[in-house]
Design a protein around this ligand. Sequence first.
Ligand SMILES: [Zn+2]
Length: 59
Amino acid sequence: MIEVTERKDVWPVCPHCEEELEGIHYEQLRGKFFRRFVYFCSHCHKVLGVSERKSFWVS
Ligand SMILES: [Zn+2]
């Protein structure tokens, strides 16, 4: 079992530009048969992850 600990004193850091992620931006991609959300860094705009749903991350 992996232990999950909530941290409020540190922010996640973008793996690309190493800036702290104050907010994560996302763009909705719509196709005929799919709808996906692409999450990207608000600083460098590099993609952090893609998800089918807004609240769930899939890398
Ligand atoms: Zn970045």
